[in-house]
Structure formats: C-alpha cells, structure tokens
Design a binder for this molecule. Structure first.
Ligand SMILES: NC(=O)c1ccc[n+]([C@@H]2O[C@H](COP(=O)([O-])OP(=O)(O)OC[C@H]3O[C@@H](n4cnc5c(N)ncnc54)[C@H](O)[C@@H]3O)[C@@H](O)[C@H]2O)c1
Length: 320
C-alpha cells in the first residue's frame, strides 16, 4: 500500500471526533465515508460537519463556492459494509470502550483486506489491548487526534506490541498529506505525549491555586501570556535553547539548572485530584464571570473565541 494510492477513508464512528476527522480528510481532498450506528447519530454527524465547515467559511478559510465539493466528498451510512468496503485507510472513533471497539473491529476485519491500515482515535486505551483479538493486529495502531481534528494539527501515532512499522509510516505520510503534524511514540504510555504534558501543567496550576499563591484567573493568564504563547511557536526545549543566549540550552541548564531543581522539589507530585471536580468547576466559573464577552465569558462564547484565535494561529503556522 502506497499513500499515493489512498483515495477512500473509512470513518468507523461518526461522533464529535469521527465527524471532524471526516471533514479533515475531505478538506485534504480524500473521500470520507462515515459509519454511524443509527439515523440519529448520522444526523448529528452531518450537523457537526456542516457547522464546522460554515465556521471555516465565516473565517475565510474556505469559500462558499467550495462548500458543496467538500461536502460531496463525505458520505454517511448506518451500514458498516457500505462505509468501508472501498477503504484504503480506516480511522476508528468509537466510544472509549474496549468491548465496543473490539466487537466492531472484528466486523471491520471481515470486510477489508488484511493490508488496510487501521488507526484508533482512543484517548487512553492501549493499542495492544484494543487489537487483542484481531486477526491482523500488525496493521493496527493509535492515531490520537486533538479535538477538533479538522483544526488541531497534532496526531499522536502509537504502536501496539504487534504493530508493524510500515503501517505507522503510511499513517504518518497520510496525515502529513492533509497538513497534520503526526508524531510517533515507540512505546505505549498512558496519555500519550500531549495529555501527559497537559496534565502536568494543570496539576501545577491547581496546586498554586489551592495553596493560595494565585487565583485561577491569574494562573491561566500566566500560562497564556507567558510560556503558553511561546510554546505555541516552538516547543519548550527550543524555547530554552534561546533562553541560554550564546550557550543555548546547555548554558541555560548550567546557569539556571540548580534553581530549577529547587522549583522541581517544590512542585506538586500528587496523582489523585486534591479537590473535587465540583470545586474545580466553581473556580473556573468565577474566572469566566470576570471576563469580557468578546474573549468569551460563557462556554459558548469561550468556544467561539477559541476557534477564531485558533484559526489565526493556524494561519501563521500555515496549517490551514
Ligand atoms: N472528544 C474528545 O475530545 C476526544 C479527543 C481525542 C480522542 N477522542 C477519542 O475519540 C473516540 C470517540 O470519541 P467522541 O468524542 O467522538 O465520542 P462520541 O460519543 O461523540 O462518538 C462515539 C461514537 O461511537 C458510536 N458508538 C457508541 N457505542 C457504539 C456501539 N455499541 N456500537 C457502534 N458504535 C457505537 C456512537 O454512535 C458515536 O458515533 C474515543 O475513543 C475518544 O476517547 C476523543
């Protein structure tokens, strides 16, 4: 299988992630065929895609004239066979549940040939476990997106114990072709890369807030207008390469390394939430109330602001 021969993408599961993936593949010129299990989920899938595309048109990423061509490359069905019979690549985005994924994958394997790569959108399940009962587990791996995949570039490709490298290489090239940024994980770890980093940062945000050092609002400002705005340009290692002046990151570590060890010793190291989800929700509601409408002060306006800013940022990175 060569990526240049891939034309049809089968989307198994068309919820939030499957639908957005279908749009991402259609935007990249591929035919995207969505399987969902009921008429209701099929309609929901259509709605997600049409609203997301309207947003892209609103922010001039796409033209109104392109709309029907993009939509026409996407098909919807409640018949798994119809959705995937011609697939050259399959993206599974079913509910986060081993039994459901395993059961549907067994049906998928009865329809497509043993050479067709299958990526899973799972956020936290292991490729080796999902593919435990598969006949051809060597073509199965995790292809973890970030929500929504038609906008966020990162795709974390993670091997299972039996995954063959050639399938990850195909997936990498395929995602690059639709202007995503795939990375490869050589070992199975919980949370892959992005979620581990996100959890580490959020743990420290909560730690500072509950210890009375800063408000949630100021901790969020610190991330957004400090390290976060720089990390959106390049990763923490390259930022520190610049932080060390003429000696680069090596100089930075020589100069600041021992101070950093003091901070590290003082950081939170708990692995259970120290306060309840309700208490965390209250802290964030307070923060939302104090914001201006134009930068989002409820969930709806916050989401709209995030999309608008994300599109500006993706334009700078030439990712849209
Ligand atoms: N939502 C996120 O932010 C996010 C981000 C990255 C990855 N993911 C992962 O993507 C996958 C899908 O998540 P989502 O947010 O799209 O969920 P969702 O609930 O929106 O969609 C799940 C899909 O699975 C289908 N489904 C549920 N039970 C089924 C069954 N018994 N048989 C067949 N189909 C069934 C639903 O009809 C729906 O199409 C999950 O593995 C999730 O961990 C989610």
């Amino acid at each position: 299988m060569e990526v240049k021969n891939i034309k049809h993408i089968g989307l198994v599961g068309g919820g939030l992630i499957g639908a957005s993936f279908a749009l991402a593949f259609s935007l990249g010129g591929f035919n995207a065929h969505i399987y969902t299990r009921s008429k209701k989920t099929l309609e929901a899938s259509k709605e997600i895609i049409e609203n997301s595309l309207d947003e892209l048109i609103k922010y001039s990423v796409k033209k109104e004239d392109d709309k029907y061509e993009i939509l026409n490359r996407i098909s919807y069905t409640n018949d798994l066979y119809e959705a995937i019979k011609d697939s050259d690549y399959i993206q599974e985005s079913l509910k986060e549940d081993y039994d459901i994924k395993r059961k549907v994958l067994a049906d998928v394997e009865k329809i497509v040939s043993s050479e067709i790569p299958i990526g899973s959108s799972t956020s936290g399940l292991k490729a080796s476990e999902i593919s435990r009962d598969m006949k051809y587990p060597e073509r199965f791996f995790v292809a973890h997106p970030w929500n929504p995949p038609h906008l966020i570039p990162l795709i974390e490709l993670c091997k299972g114990e039996k995954t063959e490298d050639k399938y990850l290489c195909i997936a990498k090239e395929l995602f690059e072709k639709i202007n995503k940024t795939p990375i490869i994980l050589e070992k199975e770890v919980f949370g892959f890369v992005g979620n581990r980093i996100q959890a580490a940062v959020f743990r420290e945000v909560l730690n500072l807030v509950i210890n009375g050092v800063v408000s949630m609002e100021d901790a969020d400002k610190a991330v957004t207008f400090g390290p976060g705005i720089r990390w959106g340009i390049m990763g923490p290692s390259l930022i520190l390469e610049l932080g060390g002046g003429s000696e680069g990151i090596e100089g930075f570590m020589k100069n600041i390394g021992s101070s950093m060890e003091l901070w590290l010793e003082d950081l939170a190291d708990w692995n259970k939430l120290p306060i309840s989800p309700e208490e965390i929700g209250k802290l964030t509601s307070q923060e939302l109330k104090d914001r201006n409408k134009e930068i989002g002060n409820d969930r709806k306006s916050l989401g709209e602001y995030r999309t608008k800013m994300l599109i500006e940022f993706l334009r700078l990175h030439k990712k849209i």
